[in-house]
Every structure is written in structure tokens, then in C-alpha cells.
Ligand binder design. Structure first.
Ligand SMILES: NC(=O)c1ccc[n+]([C@@H]2O[C@H](COP(=O)([O-])OP(=O)(O)OC[C@H]3O[C@@H](n4cnc5c(N)ncnc54)[C@H](OP(=O)(O)O)[C@@H]3O)[C@@H](O)[C@H]2O)c1
Length: 353
């Protein structure tokens, strides 16, 4: 009996030990239809890892970059690989139940309900993830709702850490209606900001309902029109020049780019590099960042969610076999919230205990 079987045997005696699982596999880059649902070996946790029975995962634009291999720069990162993907199973954010824990894990036990964000592997029935990237699932959310929470950390790190948002400051969120934007509006309010949200006409009422103080419908108005007035701008679209974006900031304001067209080669990194250079010549700060998953931020988000200060906005739900379709949709860039993958459908929607 190997280590995982032993753990399974002691933690869940009634469960039939199986070494395989259903997973989405990614063997070459391309449109999401390169993905296939296959029966593969279950991963085995190391000493500091947790084996999670995944109930739901969240499909994001980041997963789309990983699957398509674009921008090409991603192929040089740990999420990519050359000449083909090094990680067999894509997927990052998820929620589920602990199946087994490694020898050095003391924080979780089999049966615990958890959520978090792995580097890869979440579009599968089982996932091995370092324990430090997990937190207890918010008690008021179902698994599919909880799977959408880890991406809130992008908004949190952009606003609080990169932007330095303080209570009473004015914040502009460009792209307020998507997967990250719907979190950003709520988190900026929870941090005490006065929020101006930029979105399309069809999203105005939704974004206002999330708590935005002012909404700019980009089809009707230009957010540049009011002049310098924001302490922080979180840019989830990257459709305006850096100098345009800086023009709406107060003299000490921070511009936080999260997106921006550098084409198929460098994607958003072009804006980040360009901004870092130009920030040498102005007092307005450019605070580029890449979201780093960590337990502290998961716990922060859990608290916000349990206090009712922020909630996931789930727009679409797909089966595990339809991850390709889900990624095709998020890749279009017009999402109205998060896209969730139901991996154990009978469990994913169950209300929290
Ligand atoms: N730095 C990091 O670590 C990090 C982490 C996660 C995500 N990101 C990046 O953050 C960006 C946003 O991610 P996401 O998941 O929120 O994407 P998303 O779900 O596709 O949302 C994008 C939103 O922007 C709206 N939009 C499109 N054109 C717009 C415009 N001109 N003005 C204002 N809004 C516009 C879209 O709705 P309409 O088309 O209806 O307007 C959509 O709701 C992506 O580029 C992603 O790569 C970065």
C-alpha cells in the first residue's frame, strides 16, 4: 500500500481506493479545443501537500493564456514550457474537500472543506496543492462559489498592495464588469475607497449594484474627461495610453496596470515594462504586479465574504468535459463575472455546512 492509499484508508475507509481520475489534459498549445477529458493517474501529495477532491474550479483568462500559449512569453514561465506544455492538467482556482494530507501538514485533515489556488492541475477530480496555498472554505458559500474567490486576490493585491488604497481615497477601476473587476469594485469599497467604475452600457446597473459610487459607461463618456482626480487607477483593460491613464491621477496617484496589449509575444508585459521606465520621470507611481497566491489573502477574502462585504459573481457554469468551451468564452474578454467548472456537480452547489 503506498502513502496515499494508506492515508485514504485511514481517513475514509468506505471509499473505494482508485488510482485514476478524470482530468482535462493539455498536451499542445492552441485554441481551447486542444483539450481533452481523459482518465489519468491521480497525483500523489508530497510531505507539505494536500490531496484535494476538487468539487469546482474557476476558468479564467489566465488559464486561457496557459492553454493557448499566448502571449508567447508565458511559454518561458513555470506555467508554460517549451516546445510543449510542461503541466499536463491546467486550472488554478478551485474548492473541494481534503482527501489526504502529506506527513508535514498539520493545518488540514481529511474531510476539511477548502479553497485556494494551485499553479496548475485544478481541472481534474483530484489536485495536489501545497498546504500553504489553501484556506478553509468560507462557511457561507457553496463549493462552486468558493472556487471563484481566489481570483479576488488579484483585485486585493492590485488595490491594497500595489495601489496602496487607503480609506477615503478615490479609485478608478477600468474593466469593472469582468472576473477581476467585479471583485475589485467590492474590495475597493470594503477598503474604504470612493469607487468610480468603467464598464459598458449593459453592465452599468450590475456594477452599481456591486457598490460603485460612480459609473462611467464607456460607450457614452470618456473617463479622461474629468481630469486628475484619482488616487489609484486599477486598469484591467489597458486600452488607453500610459500618459492618458496618468492624466486622471492626482500628483501622488498610483497607476496599477493589470492588462494591456503587447500582442501575441509579450501581452500585458509590454505595458508593465514601459510603465516602469516612464515612472522614473514622474511623481505619479506605476505599480505593476503579478498576482501571487498565498493563504493570508485567501483568509482576508474569506473574512470579507463571510462578513457579506464581497461575494463572487458567477456568470456561467460548465461541466468538466466543457472546459474548452468555458475557456473559449473567457478568452473573448467580455465576461460578466466568473466562469465556474462543476467537477463534482452534486457536491459543488451544496450549501456550506
Ligand atoms: N496581473 C495579474 O496577476 C493578473 C491576474 C489576473 C488577471 N489579470 C489580467 O486582468 C485583466 C482582466 O481580467 P478579467 O479576468 O477581469 O477579464 P474579463 O473577465 O475578461 O473582464 C474584462 C472586462 O472588461 C470589460 N471591458 C472590455 N472593454 C472595456 C473597455 N473599453 N472599458 C472598460 N471595460 C471594458 C469587459 O466587458 P464588456 O466587453 O462588456 O465591456 C469585461 O467585463 C486581464 O487582462 C487579465 O489578463 C492580471
Amino acid at each position: 500500500m503506498d502513502a496515499v492509499e494508506q492515508l485514504n484508508a485511514t481517513s475514509a475507509p468506505a471509499r473505494v481506493a482508485s488510482r485514476t481520475m478524470q482530468a482535462i489534459v493539455h498536451r499542445k498549445y492552441g485554441m481551447p479545443d486542444v483539450l481533452a477529458l481523459e482518465e489519468i493517474e491521480r497525483p500523489v501529495p508530497g510531505d507539505e501537500d494536500v490531496l484535494v477532491r476538487v468539487h469546482a474550479a474557476c476558468a479564467s483568462i489566465g488559464d486561457h493564456h496557459v492553454v493557448t500559449g499566448k502571449p508567447y512569453l508565458i511559454r518561458l514561465s513555470p506555467f508554460g514550457g517549451l516546445p510543449r506544455p510542461r503541466n499536463l492538467v491546467p486550472g488554478a482556482a478551485m474548492a473541494g474537500r481534503v482527501e489526504a494530507v502529506g506527513a508535514k501538514v498539520t493545518m488540514f485533515r481529511p474531510g476539511d472543506e477548502v479553497f485556494g489556488q494551485a499553479a496548475t492541475g485544478a481541472f481534474a477530480e483530484y489536485l495536489v496543492v501545497p498546504a500553504k496555498l489553501l484556506a478553509p472554505k468560507p462557511g457561507n458559500l457553496s463549493f462552486e462559489e468558493a472556487a471563484a474567490v481566489p481570483w479576488g486576490a488579484t483585485a486585493l493585491q492590485g488595490l491594497r498592495d500595489a495601489g496602496g488604497l487607503k480609506p477615503g481615497q478615490r479609485v478608478l477601476i477600468n474593466g469593472a464588469s469582468g472576473g477581476v473587476g467585479t471583485w475589485a469594485v467590492q474590495i475597493a469599497k470594503a477598503l474604504g475607497g470612493h469607487v468610480t467604475a468603467v464598464c459598458s452600457t449593459r453592465n452599468v446597473a450590475r456594477v452599481r449594484a456591486l457598490g460603485a459610487d460612480d459609473v462611467v459607461d464607456y460607450a457614452q463618456e470618456d473617463f479622461l474627461a474629468g481630469g486628475p482626480r484619482f488616487d489609484v487607477m486599477l486598469d484591467l483593460v489597458g486600452n488607453r495610453s500610459l500618459s492618458d491613464c496618468r492624466s486622471v491621477l492626482t500628483s501622488k496617484g498610483a497607476y496599477v496596470p493589470c492588462s494591456g496589449g503587447g500582442g501575441d509575444w509579450v501581452g500585458p508585459f509590454l505595458r508593465i515594462l514601459g510603465g516602469l521606465v516612464s515612472s522614473l520621470f514622474t511623481s505619479r507611481k506605476l505599480k505593476a504586479f503579478v498576482m501571487t497566491p498565498n493563504r493570508d489573502d485567501l483568509l482576508f477574502l474569506k473574512e470579507l465574504v463571510e462578513a457579506g462585504k464581497a461575494l463572487p459573481v458567477i456568470e456561467r457554469r460548465y461541466a468538466l468535459s466543457d472546459v474548452g468551451e468555458a475557456l473559449r468564452y473567457v478568452g473573448e474578454g467580455h465576461a460578466q463575472g466568473q466562469t465556474v467548472i462543476r467537477i463534482a456537480p452534486e457536491l459543488a452547489v451544496r450549501s456550506a455546512s
